[in-house]
Design a protein around this ligand. Structure first.
Ligand code: PHE
Length: 438
């Protein structure tokens, strides 16, 4: 169950929507290489750290930090990890609801056959039309957030777990169907070249920060979601093998989404650096041209919406679990409050695509780009770095070894990654970015 829930949290819009467009904006190959390095050298050790912390205390991230600080006689300042996570959860959920709303829109439009026989230009125009309509976007965002709140309020129960069990294999299957179509679209060679040939000159400093931020985002790391779920992992389960399973599945879905999208981009003369609209233009185009496209497309966007839902649920878990623990608050009330705050914050993202498109908030970034930067490029990596440092240097070795279930050479390797490699990686990228922006 933990594997399913954590995989449900990890696999989401980050894989299917965000990864391809970020790779596209950052020139492809070199970005993907840096991203993969971040997943394996930084992401996986930190994911293991989050699970072992949560399983040790079996509490919400904030109280986990409080208890582990006491256990190790460390400064209470470390509790900041928990608070930063709650803040990041709000920020991410705010824009997540908006983008998931887009996927609901495509669920309706594609299955209604609107895109049958469409062209690249028409698909782009349809997406632009959606962005230009704030009321429609708010309606869709509201619908998605309402479902999220409803499920969170009821408790993550059997129904959802059942859904994850079915939709994940189905999602993979449909990605393969799409892949089959994309392979014959005529853009395969260019797509593969874009994704896998190494062009460091196209990457740039911000691209490296983006790759690292995306690694954290896609694995749901650095904000306590995995720590909160870790509280439910049975004591006899192996942390290493479960985390590897989840990380590999997550990476597979992202790369498969890229393999579907980029050949279509080149076959249809679209722009890989198109930005957040990339998947919403290429996929309706593909569905519009394949036999039974309305059915395949409808099912596909339904699955994407489900993937988004299981991720959105996990975004509320750190704050929710803490409020329920400390104030004995009612799940339902907390869920509605958290949801309404994120929804309201999300309006800023809705307007960033139309009436506030040119309003700059931070270093020339509009509202959405600012929230995105703050959460994914700042709070998540920083949170992850602090988690790695805490587990690597502060937590007693006996606790860590007891949770991981191995010592000796494997422990030494894990310790080097969490003491040095992960924190140093985050730090180097940060310093680099600050220097280059100032
Ligand atoms: N991992 C999710 C995705 O890829 C997003 C997420 C981030 C969920 C952080 C929870 C916590 O879509």
């Amino acid at each position: 169950m933990f594997i399913l829930a954590a995989a449900g949290s990890a696999v989401g819009l980050g894989n299917i929507w965000k990864f391809p467009y970020m790779a596209g904006e950052n020139g492809g190959g070199a970005f993907i290489l840096v991203y993969l390095a971040c997943i394996f050298l930084i992401g996986i050790p930190i994911m293991m750290a989050e699970v072992l912390m949560g399983r040790e205390t079996r509490q919400s991230p904030i109280n986990t930090m409080r208890q582990l600080v006491k256990l190790s006689g460390a400064s209470p300042a470390w509790t900041m990890i928990g608070w930063m996570g709650v803040a990041a959860g709000f920020l991410i959920l705010s824009f997540y609801g908006v983008i998931a709303g887009w996927s609901l829109y495509y669920l309706f439009e594609v299955s209604a056959g609107t895109f049958q026989g469409t062209t690249g230009e028409a698909a782009s125009a349809a997406f632009d039309g959606l962005l230009a309509d704030p009321l429609l976007m708010i309606g869709l965002q509201t619908a998605f957030m309402a479902v999220t709140i409803f499920i969170v309020a009821r408790g993550v129960s059997g129904g959802l777990e059942l859904a994850i069990r079915w939709f994940m294999p189905l999602l993979l299957l449909l990605l393969l169907v799409l892949l089959g179509y994309s392979l014959t679209s005529g853009g395969l060679a260019e797509g593969l070249d874009f994704m896998f040939s190494f062009h460091p000159e196209r990457l740039g400093v911000e691209g490296v920060l983006d790759a690292m931020g995306q690694a954290f985002f896609t694995l749901s790391l650095g904000m306590g979601a995995i720590m909160a779920y870790g509280a439910y992992v049975p004591s006899n389960a192996s942390i290493t093998s479960t985390i590897f399973t989840i990380a590999l599945l997550d990476t597979f879905v992202a790369v498969a989404a890229g393999l579907v999208i980029f050949p279509l981009v080149f076959a249809n003369g679209l722009n890989p650096a198109e930005g957040p609209g990339l998947m919403f233009v290429t996929l309706p185009l593909a569905f519009g041209q394949m036999p039974f496209g309305a059915i395949f497309g409808g099912v596909f966007f339904l699955l994407v919406s489900f993937a988004a839902l299981t991720s959105a649920i996990s975004l509320t878990e750190p704050a929710l679990a803490w409020l329920v623990e400390d104030y004995n608050a009612k799940r339902g009330r907390v869920a509605v409050t958290l949801g309404v705050i994120s929804w309201a914050l999300g309006l800023g993202t809705v307007f960033s695509f139309n009436i506030w498109a040119d309003v700059q908030i931070f270093f020339g970034k509009n509202f959405f780009d600012t929230v995105d930067f703050l959460a994914n490029n700042t709070l998540l990596p920083l949170g992850g770095m602090l988690i790695a440092l805490f587990v690597g240097w502060v937590l007693p070795k006996s606790t860590v070894v007891g949770q991981l279930g191995f010592d000796g050479g494997r422990y030494a390797l894990w310790q080097v990654l969490s003491r040095f490699v992960a924190p140093a990686g985050v730090l180097v990228v940060f310093v680099y970015t600050v220097i280059s922006t100032v």
